[in-house]
Write a protein that binds this ligand. Sequence first.
Ligand code: NAP
Length: 313
Amino acid sequence: MEAIGVLMMCPMNSYLEQELDKRFKLFRYWTQPKQREFLAQQAESIRAIVGNSNSGADADIIDSLPKLEIVSSFSVGLDRIDLLKCKEKGIRVTNTPDVLTEDVADLAIGLMLAVLRRICECDKYVRSGAWKLGDFKLTTKFSGKRVGIIGLGRIGLAIAERAEAFDCPINYYSRSKKANTNYTYYGSVVELASNSDILVVACALTPETTHIVNREVMDALGPKGVLINVGRGPHVDEAELVSALVEGRLGGAGLDVFEKEPEVPEQLFGLENVVLLPHVGSGTVETRKVMADLVLGNLEAHFSSKPLLTPVV
Ligand code: NAP
């Protein structure tokens, strides 16, 4: 397979990069100073793209690679891939479902605890020596809070199961009511937010779910409500989120993702009711290794004419 051209879109995992380099003819897109010219030169040799949640395969790049056969994403989210175009052109698409679910759900619970119990502020309090001057103020209880989940998929469900262990009643919104759960379904995000103390975004990013958390939803969640986003930045209207937090119309937020990563609105930096993470939902050594093996396994299956491990298209 050493002769097969694979285009890696951006740095994502050193083990994956090394293994791709060993097994295929690897091109590193981000190192190309003239990307248009590079694509034109390699148009006949690139047969696979490896992307992630930052950079995938848009219509332009797909159109400029006539020999492209497969897009293998180092992510479960498919929002950076033009799936319609891939379908039209018969290009296969794979992602990394299931293997990252636990990590993302763990982190969502961590964010809920961190925001309500002010864990990051408490840590600063100890390190700065402020504790010697007096005790930290009281915070907010997490156990028993009503957790509302947007998108009861793999990650949403894993968050629900974890939150249940904290005696949290679970509410959810998705496009349809699920038959196999007793969690309370709401037919709109505003209704979900009105009936939840903590609102968690865990759905896929699509044109329909862009800004699914808007001003109306934030107002419904209210000044004691907390927003947790472990989905994608564009799920939340970030400008509205900043105003809601600054004006005290929303109680707090725990955010792993942002609209224009790695840019984060600086107005959030001074707010103690906000916990900010650099998109690390699946970022553990263990999970990233399994994700990388899945990307490699899908590419090898494809080029050996075997069934794909995690096919999307
Ligand atoms: P999944 O199993 O496919 O679940 C996606 C959910 O989105 C489904 O429950 C689906 O519910 C819901 N959904 C889709 N369109 C919707 C709409 N218009 N309105 C409401 N809900 C909608 O995917 P997953 O494995 O749980 O992953 C979910 C997302 O998490 C990924 O797409 C990715 O963006 C994000 N993620 C983030 C990180 C991170 O590092 N922070 C890591 C991994 C994944 P219905 O079909 O019932 O509507």
